[in-house]
Each structure stands twice: as C-alpha cells, then as structure tokens.
Design a binder for this molecule. Structure first.
Ligand code: ADP
Length: 250
C-alpha cells in the first residue's frame, strides 16, 4: 500500500452563516502516522477532518492528500479513495455484513469474485471471521462488532488515508481499549495515514503518534507526541485542557 500524507496550508473555513470554524490552519499529517485532533467541543475538529474528503469545502487555503490538491479532484472519486469512519457507523441495515463491507468495491464495479474475496479477507482482519459474521445483519451485532465492520468497510479499497471521527465513541469502555489496540496494530501493519478526531484525550494518548490540540477557530495550540503534550504543555490553554481530564497516567 502506498503511503500518503495530508497537508493543510493556511486553510480557512467560514460557514455561510458567518461562523468561522477554522481561521488559518497549517498542519501536516506525516505518511503512516496517526494524528489525533483534540480540543473542546466546537473548536473545529470535525470541520478540519471533513475538509479532507470535501464533505466540507474550505473557504480558502490548500489541502493536499499525497501531494494532490483535494479541490482539483472529483469529489466523489476523492471520497471513495479515502476511508471514513464515524461514531455511528451508518451500516446499511438491510444489507449483510459482507455486503456492507463490499459497498465501495461494488460502486467501483470490481468483479464479484474479487469483491467477495476482499470482503472475507477484511472481516477476518478485523476479528470477525467471515464464515460466522459475513451473512449476519447489522442488528445482529454488538456495538463493538458494528464498529469493526465500519473499519473493514473503510479499508475495502486499501485507502492510503483514513479519516476517523470519534470512531470508538459508541463502544462500551471495556471493549474500547482492546478495539483501540487492535486498530493500532492493524494501522501499523497496513501503513495507513490516519487523521482522527476524539474528545477523549486518553484515546489520543493510546493511539496517536502525534496529538494536535485545538482551541476555538481551529487554532493549533500544540502539536507533539503524547509525551511532549502531556509532559510539556505548550501554554496555559493546553494545561487547562489536560487538567480537565485528570491525570493521564491512569
Ligand atoms: P468540533 O468538531 O471541534 O466540535 P465543529 O468543527 O463541529 O467542532 O464546529 C466548529 C464550529 O463551526 C462550531 O461553532 C459549530 O457550531 C460550527 N459549525 C459546524 N458546522 C456548521 C454548519 N454546517 N453551519 C454553521 N456552523 C457550523
């Protein structure tokens, strides 16, 4: 799988009602890393993420994925080439697990044998043996299992880049830790570049190679490894934000 990075260069997003969600963001996600965006509610994390696959279009500035400007690409093709996982995975309720995973290969008109083989391989990869789970329907799964299907679906076309918005938010706390670790192992193995939004700083510490701490307006207060951010907060804002979560070590 090719490695790709994401780069924001002086990106601004002003919504039509005048809300400036992101003022002037410059940020690079290094190929193969997991970068977590954290910060208080409403600080522009989701807007930032969604500009990468053009669910939201930037007002100005440039965003590139693997060096290519997202605005110069076809939006639908761009979206299909980037994995996207959200809190409520949005599986199709009347399609089986295997059919859900095969959604994008189906849209891309892969032949049936290749699509089936890929869906089976991915279900096995995310710990849902296809023989047991492939023909089930989403309502026959636990929240954690549904989330795994969401990850498998996002991986179907080997996207070099994945965007994840609170991907484990709907999973109960006990299972969340093991799912996080499994996801990290998977990501390492595949070498995918991941940009992830989380409100859970502990999740960021477990998963991230680097953490970006935002304040209102998508202002980048600190960018660093989990250790750098927790041991050396750049300023009072970061310190207060971390303090709200209590000690990070437990
Ligand atoms: P976060 O993900 O950090 O909670 P968001 O990116 O969702 O933040 O929102 C950033 C700001 O933009 C907030 O003030 C939010 O109310 C506003 N916002 C988000 N989406 C829209 C929209 N479609 N129209 C107008 N304002 C929006």
């Amino acid at each position: 799988m090719e490695h790709a990075g994401i780069a924001f260069d002086h990106v601004r997003k002003e919504y039509p009602d005048g809300t400036v969600a992101v003022e002037d963001l410059s940020l690079e996600v290094t190929p193969g890393e997991i970068l977590c965006l954290v910060g208080p509610s409403g600080c522009g994390k989701s807007t930032t993420l969604r500009m990468v696959n053009r669910l939201v279009e930037p007002t100005s500035g440039t965003i590139t994925v693997d060096g290519a400007d997202v605005m110069s690409q076809d939006a639908v093709q761009l979206r299909r080439s980037i994995g996207y996982v959200i809190q409520h995975v949005g599986l199709f309720p009347h399609r089986t697990v295997a059919q859900n995973v095969a959604t994008v290969p189906g849209l891309l008109k892969w032949d049936k044998a290749r699509t089936r083989a890929r869906a089976e391989e991915l279900l096995d990869l995310v710990g849902l043996p296809h023989g047991k789970y492939g023909s089930r329907y989403p309502h026959e799964l636990s929240g954690g299992e549904r989330q795994r299907v969401g990850v498998a679906r996002a991986l179907a076309v080997e996207p070099p880049v994945m965007l994840m918005d609170e991907p484990f938010g709907a999973v109960d706390p006990q299972r969340r830790r093991s799912l996080q670790q499994e996801f990290k192992d998977l990501q390492r193995g595949l070498g995918i570049t991941v940009m992830m939004v989380t409100h859970d700083i502990r999740e960021a510490v477990i998963l991230a190679d680097r953490i970006a701490v935002f304040s209102q307006g998508g202002v980048l207060e600190q960018l660093g490894t989990p250790d750098e951010v927790s041991d050396h907060p750049a300023n009072a804002f970061v310190e207060d934000f971390l303090a709200d979560f209590g000690a990070l070590s437990n």
